[in-house]
Design a protein around this ligand. Structure first.
Ligand code: FES
Length: 140
């Protein structure tokens, strides 16, 4: 009987030590899973943009002001759970088809379960010698 108790306590102690060890090793394993961010990619969109002033790519929307001298790009990845958002031209909003989060064309959160604004990407304007915009370079 006493031997059984000792055996039981020894196995219990072994399991406790195993769980404690896993709890200590877990942060190390997470650290080794660290991934390097991919290099930035430059996507060039030739001017002129359509009349709407919006151009859709798989990863982002490019918007330009009416005079086309200012442009900005916002991510198409919803900040809620990562669905790809759509631009509703008639309402001038960006909407997520999954849970209907809504964003302004500038990527500001308007409504929905998403808590953050859409990410913005830097845009560089390409101009010719006369100053006319010939293209937009978006860095994603
Ligand atoms: S994933 Fe976009 S609102 Fe939920």
């Amino acid at each position: 009987m006493l031997e059984e108790r000792r055996s039981f306590l020894a196995s219990l102690l072994g399991w406790a030590a195993a769980f404690s060890g896993m709890a200590l090793i877990h942060p190390l394993l997470k650290f080794t899973g660290f991934t390097v961010k991919p290099k930035p990619r430059h996507v060039t969109i030739a001017a002129p943009l359509p009349r709407s002033g919006m151009h859709a790519e798989r990863e982002f929307f490019l918007f330009a002001s009416p005079d086309r001298q200012t442009a900005w790009a916002v991510s198409r990845t919803c900040t809620h759970l990562g669905c790809r958002v759509n631009f509703l031209e008639d309402k001038q909003i960006i909407e997520c088809p999954c849970h209907q989060s809504r964003f302004s064309p500038q990527g500001l959160r308007l409504a929905g379960p998403a808590k953050k604004n859409l990410s913005a990407f830097p845009v560089e304007l390409q101009k010719n010698e006369t100053g006319a915009v010939t293209g937009y370079v978006v860095t994603i």
